[in-house]
Design a protein around this ligand. Sequence first.
Ligand code: MG
Length: 160
Amino acid sequence: MTYRIGHGFDIHRFSDDPSRKLMLGGVLFEGQRGLEGHSDADAVIHALCDALLGAAGLGDLGQHFPDSDPAFADADSLQLLADVVSLVHSNDWVIVNADVTVLAETPKLAPHRKAMETRLSELTSAPISIKATTMERLGPIGEGLGLAAEAVALLQNGQL
Ligand code: MG
């Protein structure tokens, strides 16, 4: 039995465009300022995808879904995650679990945390935990210019 751990990080700046919606962990945060990005800018899913790809030794999200490709403009990150999970599974890896930390001054994550965990767990067939911390008003995230997410994921391969 082989285990592999992977780490992912993503950061996005808040958008001034009022039409941008805030999507985190595949959940819509109603009434909150959206993030800038080529896709829907779901930093939680992007960090999670990179952790999964990293653990499987399959590169990173930008390599599989280049932001220079118009096909991924406003891409639904839930679909990107579904594609990454398929890729991981087709390489004979099972996702054991993943753990995500969101770094943000706003919005409050607590009201949406369970919904995010449930949605991501369904898509990955694994327990996914979401945690949040502020940056104590330090640095660009602390000043509310954007938010970031970090993730670690563990994979298991049944082959000896
Ligand atoms: Mg991103």
